[in-house]
Design a protein around this ligand. Structure first.
Ligand SMILES: [Zn+2]
Length: 155
């Protein structure tokens, strides 16, 4: 389990070459309570039950597919996507003092994915570039949007 992610990285193809992302169980890297993590073109999940959720919940699958499209928008590079993801997460760490999982939920990539995962047509005509707008915003402005205090039209 620990090392099974290595061939996943090794054999990874560019984000634009990924057509569908299968859910793969990995209880070493994915703790219970977490649902899924887009990992170089596959979705890591902690258990079979959670893996099945991605088959029955189109919104959950859509969330991960939005991350795939975001990786395509990062110069079609997984590495660039993950470096940026970690960078934004680090910069949002102060938000953990204001809300639970703040650094995660105010990550620009997650904000876009959570806001649009229920819209199953989101990726049909969309480049998944909204994260760029969030990335330029101050943390407190992102928090206001997350809390619904700012209308979507003002973005
Ligand atoms: Zn996500």
């Amino acid at each position: 389990m620990m090392f099974s992610v290595v061939p996943m990285m090794w054999r990874a193809v560019r984000p634009s070459k990924v057509v569908d992302m299968p859910a793969v169980v990995n209880s070493f890297w994915m703790r219970k309570g977490y649902e899924g993590l887009t990992f170089f073109g596959q979705i890591l999940t902690p258990s079979e039950e959670t893996a099945n959720l991605f088959k029955v919940s189109p919104a959950m699958k859509n969330h991960e597919m939005i991350h795939l499209r975001q990786a395509q928008s990062c110069g079609d590079s997984w590495l660039r996507f993950y470096i940026l993801y970690i960078w934004y997460w680090l910069r949002a760490l102060p938000a953990n003092r204001q809300m639970k999982h703040g650094a995660y939920l105010l990550n620009p990539f997650e904000m876009e994915a959570y806001r649009h995962m229920n819209n199953l047509n989101y990726l049909t005509n969309n480049e998944a570039n909204e994260w760029r707008k969030f990335a330029k915003m101050k943390l407190r402005d992102r928090l206001a949007i997350y809390r619904g205090n700012v209308p979507i039209t003002s973005l």
